[in-house]
Design a protein around this ligand. Structure first.
Ligand SMILES: Nc1ncnc2c1ncn2[C@@H]1O[C@H](COP(=O)(O)OP(=O)(O)O)[C@@H](O)[C@H]1O
Ligand SMILES: [Mg+2]
Length: 342
C-alpha cells in the first residue's frame, strides 16, 4: 500500500490531548478522589491500551472526557481535554452530544444496559446515522445493513428488526461496535469490551477490532484489566493505579523492561503457559489504595516491595526515561537504588 507523505504526517497528528484531568465524587460522608491528574495524548490511528486493576480510575477518566458521569456526585475539578482543535471541558451539552457518537464512539462492557431492550437493533444503529449525519430512513437502513456486515453479523438485513435479547453476548458486542462506528469516529473508546465474554468470543472481538482499525484507521483507546490482551493490540500502554498514570510506554518497551513495581506485579499475575496451569491468575498482595484522601504519597507504596521512606511521604511525578517510556516511581528498578534524577 502506498502512503502519501501527507497521510504519514497526519498519521502522527494528535487527535486527543488530555492534561491534568482530576475527577472526584462528593458524598455527604466525604470525597472520593477517583482521578488525580491524568495526562495522555492519542495520535491519529494509534491504539492506546489503558490497564490497571478494577477501581484504578480507567472508566472514570474516559467517562469524564465524554461527560458521561452523573454530576453531581461527580465533579471534574481541573484539566483540559482537546479533541482536535476543540476544548471539550466546559462546552455546552448540545455540542457534547454531537461529539459523543459523532467524533467519538464508545463501546462498553455491559451491552445489556448500553443497548435499549425496547428498540430493535436496526433502529439503534440507524438513530445516530439520522441524528448526526442527517440520513433519510432509507439511506440509514442501507447503511445499518452495511455496518452490521462490516462487524461480522451474519444475514444482517434479516437481523435488523430483531431486539437485543435475540442476539448472543458476542453478537450484541458487535452491534455496539456497529453503533460506535456508525458516524465514522476519529476516536473509538472501548471500555473492557470483552470482559463479559468467553475466551473464544473475546478473541474474535479483538480480531474484529484489529481488522476494523486496519480498514477504517480510527484511533482507539482500549481499556482492560488484562495486560495479556493489550500485548497483541496496543501501540502504547498507560498503566493506571489509584487514579494516576504510574507508567506509560510503547508496548514493546513496557513488556521488555517494565519500570514500575506495580506494572511488574501486573505482568507477574499473567498466567504463563510454561509454568502454570492456563487460566490460573495470581493476584497482587495487599489492599487497593484508599481514595478517600488525595494522594500525597505514592498510592502503591503500601503494597510495594521496593518502597522506601520518600515513597511514603511524597507522590512521584512521571520521569521520562527516553524513547517515550515514562514512570512515576522514586526507585530506579534497574539500578536497584533511588532514582538519581529525582
Ligand atoms: N458513579 C460513581 N459514583 C461514585 N463513585 C464512583 C462512580 N463510578 C466510579 N466510582 C469510583 O471511582 C473509582 C474509580 O472507578 P473506575 O474508574 O470505575 O475504575 P476502573 O474502571 O479502573 O475499574 C472507584 O473507587 C469507584 O468506586
Ligand atoms: Mg472500569
Amino acid at each position: 500500500m502506498n502512503v502519501s507523505p501527507q497521510a504519514q504526517a497526519s498519521a502522527k497528528a494528535t487527535v486527543l490531548e488530555v492534561r491534568d484531568l482530576r475527577t472526584i465524587f462528593r458524598f455527604r460522608g466525604g470525597t472520593l478522589w477517583a482521578v488525580n491528574g491524568v495526562s495522555f495524548s492519542l495520535a491519529a490511528g494509534e491504539l492506546l491500551g489503558v490497564v490497571g486493576e478494577s477501581g484504578s480510575g480507567k472508566s472514570v477518566t474516559m467517562m469524564s472526557l465524554m461527560k458521561l458521569l452523573p454530576m453531581p456526585p461527580a465533579e471534574i475539578v481541573s484539566g483540559s481535554v482537546r479533541l482536535g482543535e476543540r476544548e471539550l471541558l466546559g462546552i455546552d451539552p448540545k455540542t457534547m452530544r454531537e461529539v459523543r457518537g459523532g467524533e467519538v464512539g464508545f463501546i462498553f462492557q455491559d451491552t445489556m444496559t448500553a443497548l435499549n431492550p425496547v428498540f430493535t437493533v436496526g433502529y439503534q444503529i440507524m438513530e445516530p446515522l439520522r441524528a448526526h449525519l442527517g440520513l433519510s430512513r432509507k439511506a440509514a437502513r442501507a447503511r445499518a445493513v452495511e455496518l452490521m456486515a462490516l462487524v461480522g453479523i451474519p444475514s444482517p438485513a434479516e437481523r435488523l428488526d430483531d431486539y437485543p435479547h435475540q442476539f448472543s453476548g458476542g453478537m450484541r458486542q458487535r452491534v455496539m461496535i456497529a453503533i460506535a462506528l456508525s458516524c465514522d469516529p476519529k476516536v473509538l473508546i472501548a471500555d473492557e469490551p470483552t470482559t463479559a465474554l468467553d475466551v473464544t468470543i473475546q478473541a474474535q472481538i479483538v480480531e474484529l477490532v484489529k481488522s476494523l482499525r486496519r480498514e477504517l484507521g480510527m484511533a482507539i483507546i482500549w481499556i482492560t484489566h488484562d495486560l495479556g490482551v493489550v500485548a497483541g493490540l496496543a501501540d502504547r500502554v498507560l498503566v493506571m493505579y489509584g487514579g494516576l498514570v504510574v507508567e506509560h510506554a510503547p508496548v514493546d518497551s513496557l513488556y521488555a523492561r517494565p519500570q514500575h513495581p506495580y506494572t511488574r506485579a501486573l505482568l507477574e499475575t499473567l498466567p504463563r503457559a510454561d509454568t502454570e496451569k492456563a487460566g490460573r491468575l495470581k493476584s497482587i498482595g495487599g489492599q487497593p489504595p484508599n481514595l478517600l484522601a488525595p494522594p500525597q504519597s505514592c498510592p502503591f507504596a503500601p503494597r510495594c516491595a521496593y518502597a522506601f521512606s520518600r515513597c511514603h511521604s511524597e507522590n512521584p511525578p512521571l520521569f521520562a526515561l527516553g524513547g517515550g517510556h515514562d514512570v512515576a516511581c522514586w526507585w530506579d528498578i534497574d539500578q536497584g537504588a533511588p532514582r538519581r534524577d529525582a
